[in-house]
Design a protein around this ligand. Structure first.
Ligand SMILES: [Zn+2]
Length: 98
């Protein structure tokens, strides 16, 4: 069996990335995200969430999900490379240490 490019990409991400907890500034655990590489988190591919306490999967494009606890805007859902992603509102998300 020949691995598909998508599978190769996935394996690469799994080797280099890690699961990080994304929290709102109010302390609510919004979701867990599989982040590839280092650096500041700007957007989250919805397909890479490992725990979704907000209900992001299935959210329509350009909707603005809210923190279920404090009702602040978390960002906006966009299509990036044909995949839904959440562009984070940096003011609402607690800064992430990697
Ligand atoms: Zn909150």
């Amino acid at each position: 069996m020949t691995p598909t490019p998508a599978l190769c990409k996935m394996l690469f991400i799994m080797r280099t990335g890690k699961i990080i907890d994304i929290e709102c500034r109010c302390g609510f655990l919004l979701f867990r995200y599989f982040k590839a590489g280092k650096g500041r988190l700007i957007k989250c591919m919805i397909g890479r969430l490992s725990e979704d306490n907000v209900g992001l999967s299935g959210a329509p494009t350009f909707s603005r999900p809210l923190c279920p606890n404090c009702k602040k805007e978390l960002g906006i859902i966009m299509m990036i490379h044909g995949e839904p992603a959440l562009k984070l509102n940096q003011g609402t998300i607690k800064s992430i240490r990697i």
